[in-house]
Design a protein around this ligand. Structure first.
Ligand SMILES: C[C@@H](N)C(=O)N[C@H](C)C(=O)O
Ligand SMILES: [Zn+2]
Length: 251
């Protein structure tokens, strides 16, 4: 599988700690990957971020409040152990094959399975244990989020978080990208633009294929913003009793 161009940028780790995200920033619960049985060892908490990333997330929340007091940010996921990245990467390959009627155990489907792995790899970072190419969420620099009303109901931004398909592209609902202009599409586009703008003003960059994924200080941030050197490598879980091998579905 090809690496992303940003994975070639050398990281200058700043050793900022992971800090707990206060509950004043709204979280979508139950946590989606915990609900699927992803391997969070006892005591591992996805609701942590690097200190400066959290500061910027709070700023983004304030930016949103300055525009409208009817909406809040709604967090979907933050820090992710590499073991969880591996679980979700393989889970998504298996689920995508299942939904397309591809039997993953049948060797004659090898080509179709390879295509699915390629497609999933456009959305999910490889669960790499190489310190030079950490998965973004494992650095504590990345966050998946959407918008919600003040009662905590997520707004419809025209696609589920983690959906594997073109609808996840940030500009999918931009006027010129779809044949028929439709007021619903305009609403989706406006909401995605609002999320992007409050996050961008706070210093985050957006993943090119995912309207919900933002980061500050990681390799993608350095590559996209052209601002220099990534400052966050993998912030690894402390526990020692976990074996991290290369994912079985990644060749
Ligand atoms: C797919 C989504 N949840 C996500 O986090 N994607 C990024 C690119 C990742 O895996 O780091
Ligand atoms: Zn993400």
């Amino acid at each position: 599988m090809n690496l992303r161009p940003w994975n070639n940028i050398k990281i200058n780790e700043c050793n900022e700690p992971l800090v707990v995200i206060p509950e004043s920033i709204f979280r979508l619960t139950p946590h989606p990957y915990m609900s699927l049985g992803a391997p969070y060892l006892t005591g591992l908490d996805p609701w942590v971020l690097r200190q400066s990333v959290l500061k910027r997330l709070k700023q983004a929340q304030q930016n949103l409040f300055d525009i409208t007091s009817d909406l809040q940010l709604a967090l979907f996921d933050a820090w992710r152990p590499i073991s969880v990245q591996k679980f979700m990467f393989n889970y998504t390959i298996e689920e995508t094959c299942r939904s397309r009627g591809i039997n993953i155990d049948d060797i004659s489907n090898k080509e179709d399975i390879t295509d699915v792995i390629e497609e999933v790899g456009r959305f999910w970072a490889k669960p790499s244990c190489n310190p030079l190419t950490p998965p973004p969420h494992s650095t504590g620099a990345a966050i998946d989020l959407t918008l919600a009303d003040m009662s905590g109901h997520p707004l419809d931004l025209g696609g589920e978080i983690d959906f594997i398909g073109p609808e996840s592209s940030p500009d999918f609902y931009k006027k010129d990208n779809l044949g028929m202009p439709c007021s619903k599409h305009q609403v989706f586009h406006n909401r995605r633009s609002l999320l992007f703008s409050v996050m961008e003003q706070a210093g985050f960059v957006q993943h090119p294929n995912e309207w919900w994924h933002f980061s500050y200080g990681d390799q993608l941030w350095a590559w996209t913003s052209n601002q220099g050197i990534p400052i966050y490598g993998a912030a690894l879980e402390v526990s020692k009793d976990i074996t991290l091998s290369e994912p079985s579905l990644v060749t």
